[in-house]
Write a protein that binds this ligand. Structure first.
Ligand code: AKG
Ligand code: FE2
Length: 308
């Protein structure tokens, strides 16, 4: 069986063409999404953060995603806007990033308020940001839909609905050998109970500066890095800059009105209910999928501060 490849398109193509491919296939590679100057900058800026990082313990913090979700040996730096703000700002302001998020995450909903049938609009916001690095020997990742944490099932009456859009920007070359992301084109239209299989997937091979956009409903997984450490492309680095619907959050932002310093003085059950906790399904994490409840443990506080 030949597997459908992921379509490629230039960042300078009309947005409508980029969007049309995502609607059809569930994902697209946008080439030259970042200039080579910005890629060089972002790679230089992230490096000191990698130097400080221990190899990731895959089983410590997110049992809700399964024990093998984050491949053992992969290293991840979260909270990029606080660590490499200038480069993240460039990505977040890019017309392609904003155009794709606007198309798939913004909506208009109508509801009666008294006798008036009023529109309630939605927009998009940053969902998460992280650098995902794969080194030789790293274990494979299971196929998944990124929207799983929002418990959205495929709805044939609204097939393109997703709470979340993935954007994985290549900082290095992404090759089959170093673990380029595997994607199953068309899987955004699969029913909830269809099992994703490796033979249905294709690698999103990318040059530095290209970006893979996927709907939150599209099955994908990190590849396997089978390089030798001395291979020139042995280390694979991707920057995840995901968007989400802007209404998937607290109604009133209790964690701003009850900041950590105040929450620390509240009883534990109340802190959790205020929002210093991860949802059972995993949303609401801090840093490396850790429970914000830990943030309030004073001995841990510094570890969550980006400058630490
Ligand atoms: O590293 C990759 O290629 C993809 C990672 C991913 O899909 C995820 O962590 O949700
Ligand atoms: Fe993913």
């Amino acid at each position: 069986m030949t597997v459908q490849q992921i379509a490629r398109i230039s960042a300078s193509a009309p947005l409508a063409d980029i969007v049309a491919i995502i609607e059809r296939d569930g994902g697209v590679i946008v080439e030259d999404f970042l200039s080579s100057e910005v890629v060089a900058e972002i790679m230089t800026a992230i490096e000191p953060h990698y130097k400080k990082l221990k190899a990731y313990d895959a089983t410590s913090t997110h049992s809700e995603l399964g024990k093998k979700f984050f491949p053992e040996g992969s290293t991840r730096i979260y909270g990029l806007l606080s660590r490499i703000p200038d480069q993240l700002t460039t990505i977040l302001r890019s017309p392609v990033w904003q155009g794709v998020m606007e198309r798939f995450l913004s909506d208009e909903y109508f509801s009666y308020v008294g006798e008036e049938f009023l529109p309630q609009k939605s927009g998009y916001m940053l969902s998460t940001s992280a650098a995902f690095r794969l080194v030789p020997g790293v274990k494979p990742q299971p196929f998944h839909r990124d929207q799983l944490t929002y418990q959205v099932r495929f709805d044939p009456s609204n097939p393109l609905f997703t709470p979340k859009i993935g954007c994985l920007v290549a900082g290095s070359n992404c090759t089959i050998k170093n673990g380029a992301t595997l994607v199953i084109p068309g899987s955004h239209l699969w029913p909830h109970d269809r099992i994703p299989q490796r033979h249905e997937a294709t690698h999103a091979e990318m040059r530095p500066g290209s970006a893979l956009f996927t709907l939150g409903s599209t099955y994908h997984a990190a590849g396997t890095n089978v390089c030798e450490p001395e291979d020139p492309d042995a280390v694979r680095t991707l920057f995840a800059v995901f968007g989400q619907r802007d209404y998937y959050r607290h109604d009133q932002q209790e964690i701003l009105t009850v900041p950590p310093e105040l929450a620390q003085r509240l009883p534990e059950d109340i802190r959790k209910i205020v929002g210093y906790s991860k949802a059972l399904g995993g949303t609401g994490y801090v840093e490396n999928h850790q429970d914000p409840f830990e943030l309030l443990n004073t001995s841990q506080l510094g570890n969550f501060r980006p400058s630490a």
